[in-house]
Ligand binder design. Structure first.
Ligand code: EPZ
Length: 430
């Protein structure tokens, strides 16, 4: 298994190209199941999760081709993927595949909408919490599906097709909103989703579905209205830039000091996190090319944050921000409200010398003068990258084990940081 070795202490200077968003690419790829025509996606990141989802979609009968993957193409250039689900050959998504990636559960919606049935393994436990799918199934029931749980599988049926209906989510759920959208676009009649997720990835999916012929209004607001259509066609769509990757590198620069242009990044996708970083002492400047992040000399100030659905501070940046706060002046209070167990990085950050006390959903992070390198490992991808951020500022050498977590969500991480002066290398064990 690969490891990443980092020798801390170097400032970051230069430019980092921001990849397409993993969490937009995955639902967009799943949307290919809704049509027998070709969906071509550009700016798809080269990530383990994308490769895994291609295998899952292939199991349902989706043919794919990766365009432009020629010799000489650099690893940080997003790929273009053509997906075509001419015939759905299997409406079952088996445990062996779904258990590796939770987002693959979302295939239940397009399979049900197009084929009238779907049998999808329940995803099971997850390192960041219980993460149930009750709200996704509720949404499908509101559109007239019957749901049974049988042998660890959710079996959804709507033999006469789905019917538009009112879906009121009791809490904001990104996956629930994606699922409801993909089911409702082919339902008979009008669907209203209340308390919908407003995440940019939801808007990206809605835009792509609209280009495929769907009739959707209100994406990006808490109320989305969908008028079902009989069929959808193919289209071409470019995946939006990854706001979590953007925020991660912005925090890395705030941590090490330096001056980096995050190329292609869009400030409107993470305004809350950028404002928080400014309060902590980084200079953030939107430019025509992306976002410039500068920190020189004056250290970092402790800032409190609470994770919230978009447009609040994202849970997917909580671990990285905590890494930054380990070196701040003062004590920062970080509250995690989205997932109940998303503090797995705390013990590993402590191995680097961080002082963090946990009290329920609240972490008190007391800034220290210095971190020191150590071997560490993490259980999910955002936690892993928080260790990378801490290691970049730690004295001496850190080895981050279980790099496959990073490969799930960060394209060419060591190349991007290395090009800006970080001393970082991948050590392959194979
Ligand atoms: C998406 O997960 C993202 N994953 C997560 O990113 C992200 O952390 C999360 O949204 C929140 O922003 C992808 O987009 C692939 P939710 P999702 O449904 O859709 C509860 C990463 O690191 N809930 O918005 O699964 C749930 O337990 C990943 O890239 C129910 O109770 O998250 C949580 O407390 C990790 N019942 C809250 O809602 C349900 O049926 C929000 O979860 C569904 C969710």
């Amino acid at each position: 298994m690969d490891r990443i070795r980092i020798v801390g202490g170097e400032a970051l200077n230069g430019a980092i190209p921001i990849s397409g968003a993993k969490n937009a690419a995955l639902p967009l790829m799943i949307a290919s199941l809704l049509t027998d025509e070709t969906l071509q996606l550009h700016n798809v990141p080269r990530l383990a999760d994308v490769a895994q989802l291609l295998r899952i979609l292939g199991n349902h009968g989706v043919d794919h081709g990766v365009a432009g993957k020629r010799p000489g193409q650099t690893a940080v250039t997003g790929q273009s993927i053509r997906l075509r689900a001419r015939d759905i050959i299997d409406t079952t998504a088996p445990y062996e595949l779904v258990s590796k990636m939770r987002a693959s559960f979302w295939v239940i919606a397009p399979l049900l909408a197009r084929m009238g049935e779907a049998r999808v393994s329940l995803p099971g436990g997850c390192a960041i919490g219980t993460r149930p799918v009750d709200l996704l199934l509720m949404a499908l029931e509101r559109l007239g599906a019957s749901i049974d749980i049988d042998g660890g599988y959710a079996v959804a049926r709507a033999p006469k097709g789905l019917k538009g209906g009112d879906i009121v989510f009791p809490k904001v759920t990104v996956g629930g909103t994606h699922t409801a959208l993909m089911a409702a676009v082919l339902a008979d009649g009008t669907t209203v989703i209340e308390n919908a997720a407003r995440e940019p990835e939801v808007v990206d999916l809605a835009q792509c579905l609209t280009a495929m012929g769907a009739r959707i209004t209100g994406a990006g607001t808490p109320r989305i209205v969908i008028d079902g259509v009989a069929r959808l066609g193919g289209t071409e769509h470019t995946v939006l830039p990854d706001r979590i990757e953007t925020g991660t590198y912005a925090m890395a620069v705030a941590m090490t000091g330096g001056d980096v242009l995050l190329e292609g990044a869009r400030p409107d996708l993470l305004q809350n996190a950028l404002d928080t970083l400014e309060s902590a002492g980084a200079e953030i400047t939107p430019t025509n090319e992306g976002i410039r992040v500068v920190r020189n000399g004056h250290g970092i100030t402790a800032v409190d944050v609470t994770t919230e659905p978009f447009p609040g501070f994202p849970t997917d940046l909580q671990a990285q921000f905590m890494a930054l706060m380990t070196r701040a002046r003062g004590t920062s209070r970080i509250r995690e409200t989205i997932f109940e167990n998303r503090f797995m990085h705390v013990q590993e950050l402590a191995r680097l010398g961080a002082r963090i006390r946990l009290d329920g959903d609240l972490a008190y992070v007391e800034g220290v003068q210095r971190l020191t390198g150590a071997p560490v490992m993490a259980t999910d991808l955002r936690a892993s990258v928080s260790l990378v951020i801490a290691a970049l500022a730690a004295e001496g050498e850190t080895t981050v084990n279980r790099v496959y977590h990073l490969d799930r969500g960060f394209e060419a991480l060591e190349h991007k940081l290395g090009a800006c002066g970080a001393r970082i290398e991948r050590i392959s064990n194979s």
